[in-house]
Ligand binder design. Structure first.
Ligand SMILES: N[C@@H](CCC(=O)N[C@@H](CS)C(=O)NCC(=O)O)C(=O)O
Length: 404
């Protein structure tokens, strides 16, 4: 007979010992024991205290009604408080992403740049892809941060590469322990959000930019003097308008759209976001039936922006952000398009699935309090992503990305 976890949970709640009155000595002995047991692990102290008091007052467990009602009230209040600070919302409970503080203004001296990224982050992933495709690895060295327990970025240098992909590192430019410390080194200090990607000027010891869209434009055309592939243009003048048009669609509805689903703080806000996300995916699915990339035959910056969300979709957003209407693997054209991009030389090495899954399921604590990481879907597996995509036939000529 198979056992059902929900049944065993509720039956354990019903195992209530007959209550007995606890003496003052009982309570103080129990509290002392619980504190001694927890000396090495302060995280569990309050939980053990609660357990001890509960056992003395009610036996093995709290009456189920009191337990559920009190945990629900405490959890809802804590969740509301955390979400209001981590994921600011508008008056309808919809997620409202804070604007990036550091934008690129004017020209830069290339010899002094250093890039900070985190591998779970789709915005940072954009910069790693364009850096690799343009051959900027030597000109713009990179430090790879990992998520810390409190959700901020730290340099631990451990975690490792996944199937030959890039892995976490220490801070190679400033030797800092956290990204917050690096931001703080900048002129005038800084106490705001310390986000990745972040481009740092080593000579001036200053933050240059922390907006991914600015950074990928700079990498594409602003550093050609030091790029290994200066001829490759991922935003050619004749496609600029079309690229911007697509970006105006995919940024709010897909790139930020998945976050709007996951960070929604009301049913109404979630319903609106999930509807806009899937309507846009349906539209992209139709478009990609006859077009190899978003702007026809040419792979551009807007494909990079779409790719970094798609590659995380079934791994994280489908489950954790409740983007559940469909899996990406159910969209034949979008999934093949994603595989096509994954197979462009150097792109696969920028995708670290272990870091992506750990980053989302273990760090976004308010959305996954138990930190349990689900099993990876087989359609997101490296071998599956290398299967033939059959999209060459949609190109009338060899795309520029394969020429240089
Ligand atoms: N608009 C920014 C967004 C960057 C961003 O939100 N990065 C997240 C990781 S996915 C981050 O570093 N969050 C840390 C924090 O908010 O403290 C961009 O596109 O570069």
């Amino acid at each position: 007979m198979s056992s059902c976890t929900s049944c065993s949970f509720s039956s354990s709640l019903l195992l209530v010992n007959p209550p007995r009155r606890a003496s003052r000595n009982d309570i103080s002995r129990s509290l002392r024991m619980s504190l001694n047991n927890d000396n090495n692990n302060s995280n569990f102290t309050s939980l053990s205290l609660l357990n001890s008091v509960t056992k003395l007052l009610w036996g093995q467990s709290l009456p189920p009604g009191i337990l559920v009602a009190s945990v629900r009230t405490a959890w809802n209040s804590a969740w509301g408080l955390m979400m209001s600070q981590l994921a600011p919302s508008d008056s309808t409970g919809g997620y409202s992403r804070p604007a990036s503080k550091f934008r690129i203004l004017g020209s830069l001296s290339p010899g002094t740049l250093h890039l900070y990224v985190g591998l779970a982050c789709p915005w940072a992933h954009r910069t790693l892809i364009v850096r690799a495709l343009k051959g900027l690895e030597e000109a713009v060295p990179v430090s790879v941060a990992s998520p810390g327990m409190d959700g901020s970025w730290e340099f631990k240098g451990v975690g490792g590469a996944h199937l030959g992909s890039i892995g976490p590192s220490l801070d190679k430019a400033n030797g800092c322990r956290t990204l917050k410390e690096v931001y703080g080194l900048g002129r005038g200090g800084y106490d705001g959000r310390s986000t990745v990607p972040m481009l740092w000027n080593k000579g001036l010891k200053n933050v240059v930019c922390n907006e991914s869209y600015d950074i990928i434009q700079l990498f594409n055309s602003g550093l050609n003097g030091v790029a290994g592939k200066p001829e490759l243009d991922l935003s050619p003048p004749e496609l600029k308008e079309e690229i911007e048009e697509w970006y105006r669609i995919i940024y709010p509805n897909v790139n930020n759209g998945v976050y709007r689903c996951g960070f929604a703080q009301s049913q109404e806000a979630y319903d609106r976001s999930v509807n806009e996300l899937f309507c846009t995916l349906d539209r992209l699915e139709d478009h990609l039936a006859n077009s190899r990339y978003l702007c026809g035959d040419q792979f551009t910056l807007v494909d990079v922006c779409l790719f970094t969300t798609l590659i995380r979709f079934d791994l994280a957003y489908n489950v954790l952000f409740k983007c559940t209407k469909k899996k990406l693997s159910e969209y034949a054209n979008l999934h093949a398009y994603m595989r096509d991009i994954y197979q462009i030389p150097k792109v696969a090495a920028t995708c670290n699935f272990t870091e992506i899954m750990d980053g989302y399921y273990k760090t976004l604590f308010p959305l996954n309090p138990g930190s349990i990481r689900p099993v990876m879907p087989s359609t997101s597996d490296h071998q599956f992503l290398y299967k033939p995509h059959g999209r060459e036939s949609l190109s009338s000529a060899t795309p520029a990305i394969f020429l240089y």
